[in-house]
Write a protein that binds this ligand. Structure first.
Ligand code: GRF
Length: 210
């Protein structure tokens, strides 16, 4: 960021508590990092209400309105371009994104996932982690590629699983970490403190490692 506004497009499908953390810590924070638009595939997503309450433009792209995922993502990419976003943040966006969007924002789409990837990718990571009997889980922020939760990792933080945890109690502790880690990752990227290791582009270097 060099004195200019750094503009985010945030995609949500549900509650949007992570969107709220971006609104509170960044959009309404001291730095010039602003949410330009919030997009959802679900017109009932509470995240849309959170955005509207913060005065942020919203747009809805229900899958059912499109012939296929490519057409759907092309329309979303056009909306993101219209709002001149610098970074696309998937904050609880429950669909895979296709090259129709990724190719227009190369290495500028990030996702938040509630496990320590590459363990427990997919749609029910907290349940899967507990069913497996793991003792440690966590949160990952990573770049998005065409796979399922498979892109280069930016930040991770561990969360201990307690013997008497339920899915809900564990989810609550994971959310606390997410609400810190995602805004931090966005801040690092916006401030040009993230780059890829030239010898191994799977490895992401941050701040003090650069
Ligand atoms: C988060 O746990 C995130 O890791 C996952 O979906 C959940 C979204 O929660 N991808 P919220 O809608 O931000 O409250």
């Amino acid at each position: 960021m060099s004195g200019l506004e750094y503009r985010l497009g945030v995609l949500v499908s549900g509650s949007g508590s992570n969107l709220q953390s971006i609104i509170d810590k960044l959009h309404q924070g001291p730095e010039d990092i602003k949410i330009a638009v919030v997009i959802s595939d679900n017109n009932k997503a509470p995240g849309l209400t959170r955005a509207a309450e913060a005065g942020i433009p919203t747009a809805v792209f229900p899958m059912i309105d499109y012939d296929d995922r490519l057409e759907h993502d092309r329309a979303m990419a056009e909306e993101l371009e219209r709002h001149e976003v610098d970074l696309v943040v998937l904050a609880g966006y429950m669909m895979l994104v296709t090259p129709a969007l990724l190719d227009r924002f190369p290495y500028l789409v990030i996702n938040l996932h509630p496990s320590l990837l590459p363990a427990f990718p997919g749609g029910s990571p907290i349940e899967d982690t507990m069913d497996y009997g793991a003792r440690i889980t966590g949160v990952t922020v990573h770049y998005v590629d065409e796979g399922t939760d498979s892109g280069p990792i930016i930040l991770q933080e561990a969360v201990e699983i307690k013997y008497n945890d339920t899915v809900e109690s564990l989810r609550a502790r994971i959310h606390e970490v997410e609400h810190r880690l995602l805004p931090h990752a966005i801040e690092l990227i916006a401030n040009n403190q993230v780059r890829f290791d030239e010898d191994n582009p799977r490895r992401v270097l941050i701040r003090e490692e650069i």
